[in-house]
Design a protein around this ligand. Structure first.
Ligand SMILES: [Zn+2]
Length: 691
């Protein structure tokens, strides 16, 4: 008995010691893993701020949870995109600038060995799975001397040296004076999925795809510097030689980025259960509150609407001026914003970017889709959320721009961009296979955002939010595909929405319904058989009133052959009031078929709404009433932002085209003025920002 107690005590002490050691070796934030921790990294990295170089040693522990026997591994070396002008990235970017030798960047693997010492460096081989570009060195494979069996793991040590690319080629990672943003910076394993490696080259218009894991990263930097990074800082130690080591720990993340500068101003706040830390540039000190407020708004909306953000903190980095290549970016628990000195309050660029980038922590990080192959799953869904949040928080009108009497909402801005290339490519396509960078942007961001707003208006906000929550809940810490979104939507909405998704995601058809014709005719009873019509048609050549004689017989015949819907006002017909025969012809000008509402307004204030499934090429609506038809509008509640032409959505019996043109000219004038501002253009077209 006593022996048993002693044994138990010894066992418990042993267990406690073990747990203590483990806890020390690997601090934990969460009680249990939230993700399949497949790719785990312990990295020591030193930054040489003078040479703009980083020196790293990475210990990778990779678990084979694929069910297959793995005989090779594949890795990304993203910074080799900036090695020279022969990389796939540089070729795709059409960058014609003369690049100074010192501006190029690179990443070199100095040595790879198994933890037991076996040197595998000679087993590295550059591959280019996406094109035949033998000069591209952004992906390599490593042939293994012995395979990794299912449920086994491999531990590798990788020594690497890398140089930070400089402007004008810098993209995401950048060194500008003493500001450094370090992303896509370490040898990173691809994903083994669907029976093969998915490890794409670095493309000019593409983002990323990676497995979850635990990261322990020790960053050595000048002691005067402030650091921001993915995860939480667990220790900061001064080395006594002018440098300091900042140790970060992150769990259930699929990437790790960091930044450092001696100039950062730290601003702290809290939103719900999330600690917010803003790292601001000194010249943007006056915008501290704006940044903090936007981050709070983002956290609150996403948690209230879509689900739990299970991390304790969020860091928002404000890039230095001339370093906008690192602006508008998302990394797990760390995002970058972007602003400029003196930005007006009514230009909500800061707010839009912070809300957008935080949103990525849901649709890129917590739900980790393949951004190389289906960018819309992240950028498109996220742009849709950003649109909704801006509209809900800042109001439906002018929520993005509200200055000098100009009011532009986020959805309107998305639509302006969508209209540049509405039908060049389908949304679902590999990022580098779009017609152009603009077409990629439209199909990754704006078109899916507008499609989802359209779907929300069709299904109702409540149903759409249930779909989004279900999608998030079901697919967090997994790698969903387009079909998974469709399946969740069909299931939650309780209806087959394939007709919509087929057109919206896989086709290039555009949506355009127009009021083709509108008229109202005064009906005067003549001699019992003949009618005298007074015609007033809204047509450039038909604004005059003309009179037409038509026989009763002729009229009935017309009505039959036209298959129109004729509604008559029976009560008024019995009286001696003048009667009016009115009509509206609606046309479907695009191949995208979608149900539409049409609203008719009559002179006595009466409004009639008609539903049309929108399938045929046209529809005629006819009415006989004791009042004149005044106007007709397709989509009167503006529920269909993907309609490519709003100017033909409504017609009045008396032309108002002059007024509309004047408004249109004023709008275009202001848009032109805004787009001429380089900072504005940078901010909103993605030329400077990554978003
Ligand atoms: Zn984005």
């Amino acid at each position: 008995m006593e022996n048993k107690i002693i044994c138990a005590i010894v066992f418990l002490i042993g267990l406690m010691l073990l747990l203590f050691q483990q806890a020390k070796a690997q601090p934990t934030i969460f009680k249990q893993p939230l993700s399949p921790r497949i790719a785990n990294y312990d990295i020591d990295v030193r930054l040489d701020t003078e040479k703009k170089m980083i020196y790293g040693r990475e210990k990778l522990t990779w678990f084979n949870k694929t069910g297959d026997v793995i005989t090779e591994l594949q890795f990304h070396l993203y910074w080799n995109a900036f090695r020279n002008n022969k990389s796939t990235f540089m070729i795709e970017s059409n960058n014609s600038s003369d690049i100074d030798e010192e501006d190029w960047g690179f990443i070199e693997v100095d040595k790879i060995n198994l933890l037991n010492g076996d040197d595998l460096t000679s087993k590295m081989e550059f591959i280019h799975p996406d094109d035949d570009n033998a000069d591209d060195k952004t992906v390599f494979r490593l042939l293994l001397s012995s395979p990794i069996l299912p449920d086994q793991s491999i531990k590798l040590n990788i020594d690497f040296t890398a140089k930070i690319p400089q402007s004008p080629i810098a993209n995401r990672a950048i060194a500008e004076h003493e500001y450094f943003f370090i992303s896509q910076w370490f040898p990173k394993i691809g994903i083994y999925i669907d029976g093969k490696w998915n490890c794409h080259q670095y493309h000019h218009h593409s983002e990323f795809f990676a497995d979850y894991g635990v990261y322990n990263v020790n960053i050595t930097i000048p002691e005067k510097n402030i650091v921001g990074a993915t995860g939480i800082e667990v220790e900061a130690k001064n080395n006594g030689d002018g440098t300091a080591i900042h140790s970060y720990h992150a769990e259930d993340v699929h990437d790790f980025a960091w930044t450092t500068s001696p100039e950062f101003i730290e601003v702290k706040g809290k939103s719900q259960d999330v600690n917010i830390r803003i790292l601001l540039q000194p010249d943007h000190k006056g915008q501290a509150q704006r940044h903090l407020e936007a981050a709070k708004v983002a956290v609150e909306y996403f948690q209230n609407w879509y689900g739990d953000y299970p991390f304790p903190n969020l860091t928002v980095v404000d890039p230095r001026r001339n370093a906008m290549a690192s602006g508008g970016m998302e990394y797990p628990t760390l995002i970058t914003a972007g602003t400029f000195y003196g930005i007006p309050e009514g230009l909500r660029m800061v707010e839009m970017i912070i809300i957008h980038e935080f949103g990525h922590n849901f649709w890129y990080h917590l739900v980790a889709s393949n951004e190389f192959e289906e960018a819309w799953l992240d950028e498109g869904i996220n742009s849709y959320c950003e649109n909704l949040i801006l509209a809900d928080h800042y109001g439906p009108i002018g929520n993005l721009i509200d200055i000098m009497g100009i009011e532009i909402s986020d959805w309107q801005f998305s639509r302006l961009q969508y209209l540049i290339f509405p039908d060049l490519d389908p949304i679902v396509q590999k990022s580098w296979e779009y017609y152009s960078g603009n077409s990629y942007a439209v199909n990754a961001y704006q078109k899916p955002a507008l499609m989802l707003i359209t779907l929300q208006n069709y299904l109702g906000k409540e149903t759409m939010q249930r779909i989004m929550r279900a999608y998030f809940e079901r697919w967090k810490f997994k790698h969903p595909k387009t079909q998974d979104v469709i399946d969740v939507a069909n299931e939650v909405a309780g209806q087959d929405l394939n007709w919509f998704f087929d057109q919206a995601l896989f086709g290039t058809a555009v949506l355009d319904y127009s009021v083709e014709k509108i008229f109202t005719l005064e009906v005067k009873k003549n001699d019992g058989y003949d009618f005298m019509f007074s015609v007033q048609e809204e047509d450039s050549s038909a604004t005059d009133t003309t009179k037409v004689d038509v026989t009763n017989e002729k009229m009935s015949k017309n009505l039959e052959t036209d298959s129109v819907s004729l509604k008559s006002d029976a009560d008024s017909a019995k009286t001696s009031q003048n009667m009016y025969y009115s009509g509206v012809d609606i046309r479907r000008l695009g191949d995208f078929k979608f149900p539409v509402e049409i609203e008719m307004t009559f002179e006595n204030g009466e409004r009639i709404r008609e539903q049309w499934d929108g399938l045929d090429l046209w529809k005629k609506l006819r009415y006989t009433k004791a009042t004149k038809l005044v106007s007709a509008t397709v989509d009167p509640d503006h529920k269909i932002p993907i309609d490519i032409n709003f100017t033909n959505n409504s017609r009045t019996v008396k032309s108002q085209s002059k007024g509309i043109n004047k408004l249109a000219i004023r709008f275009l004038f202001w848009m032109q003025l805004l787009l001429d501002q380089p900072e504005f253009l940078n901010a909103f077209t993605g030329m400077g920002f990554n978003l």
